[in-house]
Design a protein. Structure first.
Length: 256
């Protein structure tokens, strides 16, 4: 599983698309079209957050959350209120609240002909499956330790309280990441972590921001991790461009 599309195709024993189709009363082809239409938005939001080490650390923490632990494997997890609530939290983290998500849903509806209400209800399920699948895929590629250190650094930031110092995870990577996040907290040259959903829309295929002083091996690990944020699904360029414009518009608005 090396991109978001492959994660969704592999989820729930390869039956996630069929399970989602059944839940929403759609033909499997329409459910697949809905997922393919939404994945570029998830991809651009994830890649946007990957441009900032603090935001990427928060995403890693979400991937490791127990709330998403069973979503990838359990064929009934998409039916639970816990999955819906956890997925809704992911949407808020990636896109912010309200307008951006509504605009994404309207654009995907325009591209696929699927009812916006169905797409809106589907998004939290897909969000939770992606977080669960990203964790599973990263762990299978030996990146579990990297995720743990990123998540520890995010938790050590004391939720961004003024003057808070991040707790430093162990090792060289922990020191570098702690320094990066400490600089953000203190208003240093490193960009501030954005508000939830305010990450700039990344160009499709954008890589994680290089971290000065990071060893080649750890930088390679980050590149593998963020490489999994690519959508994988092929959509018309006009649709992808429209989604990118939506994320850029609402991302900049949230950051003000």
């Amino acid at each position: 599983m090396f991109n978001l599309s492959e994660i969704m195709q592999s989820a729930q024993g390869g039956q996630a698309v069929a399970n989602i189709a059944r839940q929403f009363g759609l033909p499997t082809e329409q459910a697949q079209a809905a997922i393919d239409g939404l994945l570029p938005a998830f991809s651009m939001a994830l890649q946007g957050h990957a441009q900032n080490m603090g935001s990427l650390a928060q995403i890693a923490g979400t991937m490791m959350s127990a709330q998403h632990a069973g979503t990838f494997d359990d064929p009934n997890s998409h039916l639970t209120q816990q999955t819906m609530a956890a997925g809704t939290n992911v949407l808020g983290q990636l896109f912010g609240q309200g307008q951006a998500i509504s605009a994404i849903v309207q654009q995907v509806s325009k591209a696929t002909g699927i009812n916006p209400g169905v797409l809106m209800a589907m998004m939290p399920i897909i969000a939770s499956m992606l977080m669960s699948g990203l964790f599973k895929s990263a762990s299978s590629q030996g990146l579990g330790g990297l995720l743990g250190q990123l998540a520890s650094a995010a938790l050590g930031g004391a939720a961004g309280m003024p003057g808070a110092q991040p707790q430093q995870p162990g090792g060289i990577f922990g020191n570098i990441l702690g320094n990066v996040m400490g600089s953000m907290m203190q208003g240093g040259a490193t960009p501030q972590p954005t508000q939830p959903g305010a990450a700039p829309a990344a160009r499709p295929g954008a890589a994680a921001a290089a971290t000065p002083g990071l060893s080649p091996a750890l930088q390679a690990g980050l590149n593998i991790l963020t490489g999994m944020f690519h959508a994988g699904a092929q959509m018309q360029a006009a649709h992808v461009s429209a989604l990118q414009q939506i994320l850029s518009t609402y991302g900049k608005g949230a950051a003000r």
